[in-house]
Ligand binder design. Structure first.
Ligand SMILES: Cc1ncc(COP(=O)(O)O)c(C=O)c1O
Length: 414
């Protein structure tokens, strides 16, 4: 008799022509330019020698297990949040997070898993944004939880907004246990606007729904408004929000461009009684894993103190790359447009649907050696869209944009 497997994992994974073509090109030694690059360790933004020194700290030899993570690391995070002023709007008596509200873990992906276990029984649901990064569907599926979409809508040049009716129907008809807000969302780059935030909090309070606010890209505002003000300056964090149970996620992956160091965190807030119970339950869960590593927790205070040495050049690169993308791909007679990008590391390019998106993606890779994630990957409602990684080395991004434009020009020429 065969051993049965859990239905959480679909297997065999369906064949994807794009990944087969990429594998073939690799085997043949043909060049590939990853136009949607999102790995910060591949784009020359960090100095490798500086990053590894902290592993030699003698304090790393001691093991002091604490379900929430080392207290000095949590205190450093709380001080960092206060220093950045990354707080929810004060008018509702927002409280500064305390070290006891912080839970350290290996990554924000793991934090999602913990929170889905905390909030949902198998078969229950959470609401996730569409378009959005597909990771959250997998993470929910792994906890036997259903990820149900709410819509984001785009209008040019104003940008993205949340379809509040789709959130409301998910809460009232489906009884979702958590609303996942990606602030700003990947790849749409849209922050939760202030009026959206009020409406969402009211809905969550009314329906007894927790908020999971993923703020991994929060410190990377990009797009400038007319008049020069950064659109991102109107952004507001969910840190310390007390109207409903709220869990803010962040980590070193994006904040410091160090995904390989594996440190993420949850900052919990909410009405006092519910918050106490949530933290008690989360502590039991975290104690079962104790997953944050001692060396990286010991290094956290120093890393946070020097975080601008990564974040500032990264922000400058994002803005410069977006400008390059616009100058190469937009113009009076250009068939392309770059969607508004308020924040984050990706831009979305809209192009004519001369072929179905998969055909375009195969053509870009086969003819130009350009690998770009198509819009269907993120559940865009229409075609054709592709993403560009704004953290790319600027020369590589420009080369990629020119190859992208050349491919479409060839397709359109009679
Ligand atoms: C919005 C968002 N949150 C979380 C993650 C996962 O980050 P981590 O490396 O901390 O698991 C990603 C990965 O790209 C992401 O795009």
């Amino acid at each position: 008799m065969r051993v049965p497997f859990s239905a959480r994992l679909g297997w065999p994974a369906p064949d994807n022509e794009l990944s087969l073509l990429r594998a073939r090109r690799r085997e043949l030694g043909l060049p590939i330019l990853d136009f949607s690059e999102s790995n910060p360790t591949r784009v020359g933004l960090r100095e490798p020698s500086r990053d590894c020194g902290f592993l030699l700290d003698p304090a790393n030899a001691r093991y002091e297990p604490d379900p929430r993570g080392l207290i000095r690391a949590r205190e450093a995070l709380v001080a960092d949040y206060a220093a950045r002023g990354r707080l929810s709007p004060a008018r509702y008596g927002i409280r500064l997070p305390r070290a006891q509200d912080v839970f350290l873990c290996a990554s924000t992906s793991e934090a999602y898993g913990w929170l889905f276990k905390l909030l949902c029984d198998p078969g229950e649901s959470v609401l996730v944004p569409k378009p959005g990064y597909p990771l959250f569907d997998y993470l929910a599926g792994l906890e036997a939880v259903e990820a149900r979409p709410y819509r984001l809508e785009y209008s040019h040049p104003a940008g993205w907004r949340i379809d509040l009716d789709s959130v409301e129907s998910g809460l009232s008809s489906g009884g979702a246990r958590a609303l996942v807000l990606i602030n700003p969302n990947n790849p749409t780059g849209s922050y939760v606007g202030r009026s959206e935030r009020e409406a969402l909090l009211e809905l969550c309070e009314r329906h007894g729904c927790a908020i999971i606010a993923d703020e991994v890209f929060f410190d990377f505002p990009v797009e400038a408004d007319e008049g020069g003000a950064l659109a991102g300056e109107g952004r507001s964090s969910f840190i310390g929000e007390e109207r409903t149970l709220c869990f803010v996620l962040d980590g070193l992956s994006k904040r410091l461009g160090m995904p390989q160091m594996k440190l993420g965190w949850i900052v919990a807030s909410g009405p006092e009684g519910e918050l106490r119970e949530a933290k008690g339950r989360l502590e039991i869960l975290a104690d079962a894993y104790l997953s944050a590593g001692t060396p990286i927790m010991n290094a956290l205070p120093g890393l946070l103190a020097s975080s601008e040495s990564f974040a500032a050049p990264c922000r400058a690169r994002l803005a410069a790359n977006l400008a390059t993308l616009r100058s190469v791909l937009e113009g009076p007679s250009s068939p392309h447009r770059v969607l508004r990008c308020d924040g984050g590391w990706s831009a979305i390019v809209e192009s004519p649907r001369l072929l179905p998106e998969e055909g375009l993606a195969l053509g870009l890779l086969g003819e130009e050696g350009l690998m770009s994630q198509p819009g269907y990957f993120f559940d865009m409602e229409r075609e054709a869209f592709f993403t560009a990684g704004l953290i790319l080395d600027p020369r590589t991004l420009e080369r990629g944009a020119r190859a992208y434009a050349a491919y479409f020009e060839r397709l359109m020429s009679p």
